[in-house]
Write a protein that binds this ligand. Structure first.
Ligand SMILES: C[S@@+](CC[C@H](N)C(=O)[O-])C[C@H]1O[C@@H](n2cnc3c(N)ncnc32)[C@H](O)[C@@H]1O
Length: 196
């Protein structure tokens, strides 16, 4: 299924190999291979001041998996919005959620061109998994995005609910004066939230 619209494809083509990307650097900490020299330079600089960073990153990833699994298994959450999803790696939100419920719907969102490009490619054939390019600092625009609006039933049938996980490694742009609290105030509110 082709879920990408022209806007998302254009953003995916904005990959700049001369500018470090937090998505690629984070992926590097997880042992990923999709990075450029400029990312490896940042990685080395971080290691100098925080040699524990790779372990912290892996722990964050494990925690993400556990949080999603608990939402899906214990709370029967069947819709997930993964904000600041990063590059696809192992134990992605949809893989964890769909082990519990093969029909769990997951929408990923990121604003990094490399994450967008990889996300669109990985998910092209997935039925219950979607990717949207967007800025999590603009919750209203994100929730109005057609990919997200079509994929997530925000009212939900009885017993259905939606979870939301959100990365905190972002800074609101000057234009977007919102904060993570805006997400918690969005109506109807996500049933469960899992900030990292
Ligand atoms: C540290 S990575 C986290 C990846 C993944 N969520 C995890 O926990 O393993 C942060 C991700 O948030 C994305 N990000 C940062 N600011 C963002 C923003 N304003 N809107 C959308 N995505 C953003 C980055 O591009 C990056 O992929």
């Amino acid at each position: 299924m082709d879920q990408a619209d022209d806007r998302d494809r254009r953003r995916a083509s904005d990959v700049n190999p001369n500018r470090p990307s937090i998505a690629r650097v984070y992926d590097l900490f997880l042992g990923g291979k999709d990075n450029y020299e400029v990312d490896r330079y940042v990685y080395q600089q971080v290691l100098k001041v925080a040699p524990e960073a790779p372990e912290v990153t892996r722990a964050n990833r494990r925690w993400l998996g556990e949080a999603v699994e608990r939402m899906a298994r214990e709370a029967a959450i069947d819709q997930f919005l993964d904000l600041g999803s990063g590059l696809p790696t192992n134990e992605n939100t949809h893989e964890v959620a769909q082990r519990c419920n093969p029909k769990a719907t997951v929408v990923y969102l990121d604003n990094d061109p490399t994450a967008i490009s990889h996300g669109l490619a990985l998910l092209a054939d997935e039925r219950y998994v979607h990717f949207a390019a967007g800025d999590l600092g603009e919750p209203e625009a994100v929730l109005a995005d057609p990919v997200i609006a079509n994929a997530l039933d925000r009212r939900g049938p009885p017993g259905s609910s939606w979870g939301c996980r959100c990365t905190t490694s972002w800074r609101p742009s000057r234009r977007a004066r919102s904060s993570p609290r805006t997400w918690t105030r969005s109506r109807p509110a996500p049933t469960w939230r899992s900030p990292t």
